[in-house]
Design a protein around this ligand. Structure first.
Ligand code: SF4
Length: 372
């Protein structure tokens, strides 16, 4: 626990961070430009997790501004995953045929130093106007292939339960939308916001025969403290299944032991690890990004040594708005003739033939191929 553990308010300025002991007063001048460019917010729940005596604290690294954020690599972009190229209405992203993102609000409870929408989110950016929300919902209503709506932002759970309930009611009235996903960091960074009213709003939605998944953004096992676990349990016990998404970050979770501990902690909380994101090319984030080869090595180290329940899919959002693709590692050689096991040993796999009627190749044919 640090001096900030007793704080009641979210820290939003460098002087408040210094007051709470999260940065030295001598760093304020060097960080002025960072704070002017990218929003800062650290909730009481998060500051209580930070050990200010540890210069490499993995929680601090995610939330405390760093002068390295002023260095923008030429490959980085303010819209690294190409939201704008697929935005037919304000606040709406329709990139894949069967799902659409509804960005309800451009504010968050905390501001992550690696955020892929860091040039779009910040305090005072507020929620979609009623007019823009109506236009976005009209688009979804008139696009029957949209089967799933993903509520995101910013963080949709910074909205009041009443406001969220109204949006969910509108979504529930669209007959072709069967599933809603809510992407949020709130249960981990402001668990008190997972209130009885919020749980009631989500329950009301699923009573309309719709499925609702809450996807928790969490990057380190320490974020899953008792209050966060209790907040997640309130959702899960109410019948709201939870998944997780994690961003692979240098100095935060880029080794198999740390990442494995997080994935196990999630499964113990009944949260299925879903995505491990390769960090996007957001401006000023080079110091937090690993290489893809490093990410694949971490995934390889998890494979076989950590339960299959604990394996997320390692994905890259292709710059330019081309969507996510899994990025391995790959265990099958390109010809499909050998496959690697979790100990790194390779094994032959029988030549495959397409069966004439779409059935599987017979066992006898496979035996022949091996000369048995
Ligand atoms: S909570 Fe999500 S949208 Fe908000 S700053 Fe963090 S990564 Fe960005």
């Amino acid at each position: 626990m640090n001096a900030a553990a007793e704080q009641e308010k979210t820290l939003r300025s460098l002087s408040e961070l210094a007051e709470a002991g999260l940065i030295g007063r001598d760093r304020i001048a060097a960080l002025q430009d960072v704070a002017a460019r990218y929003a800062v917010a650290i909730t009481p729940a998060i500051s209580a997790l930070i050990d200010p005596a540890d210069a490499n604290d993995p929680i601090a690294r995610q939330f405390v501004p760093d002068a390295a954020e002023l260095v923008t690599d030429p490959t980085e972009s303010g819209d690294p995953i190409g939201d704008n190229a697929h935005s037919p209405r304000e606040g709406l992203v329709h990139r894949y045929p069967d799902r659409a993102l509804l960005k309800l609000v451009n504010a968050c409870a905390v501001y992550c130093r690696f955020c892929f929408r860091r040039e779009m989110v910040g305090p005072g950016r507020g929620a979609l106007s009623p007019r823009a929300l109506k236009a976005a919902l009209d688009y979804i209503r008139t696009t029957p292939q949209i089967w799933e709506v993903i509520l995101t932002g910013g963080d949709p759970l910074v909205l009041s339960a009443r406001r969220l309930a109204r949006v969910l009611e509108e979504v529930a009235a669209i007959s072709h939308v069967k599933v809603t996903r809510i992407h949020t960091r709130v249960p981990a960074v402001a668990p008190e916001r997972v209130s009885a009213a919020l749980v009631r709003a989500l329950r009301a939605y699923i009573k309309n025969d719709r499925a609702c998944f809450v996807v928790l953004h969490v990057n380190h096992a320490r974020e899953l403290d008792a209050k966060t676990r209790a907040a997640c349990a309130r959702l899960i016990d109410a019948g709201i299944p939870m998944l997780s998404q994690t961003v692979l970050l240098r100095g935060v979770n880029d080794d198999a032991q740390t990442l494995g501990a997080l994935m196990r902690a999630l499964v113990e909380c009944r949260i299925k690890p879903y995505y491990l994101h390769h960090a996007d090319l957001a401006p000023g984030t080079t110091h937090l990004r690993t290489t893809i080869a490093e990410g694949q090595a971490v995934m390889r180290a998890l494979h076989g040594r950590t339960s299959g329940l604990c394996q997320p899919s390692y994905v890259l959002d292709i710059p330019g708005g081309h969507g996510k693709s899994p990025i391995g590692p790959n265990y099958l050689d390109p010809d499909g003739a050998t496959i690697e096991d979790f100990n790194g040993r390779r094994h032959r796999y029988p030549p495959q033939r397409k069966a004439p009627c779409g059935g599987a190749t017979s066992g006898a044919a496979a035996d022949d191929a091996f000369g048995n």
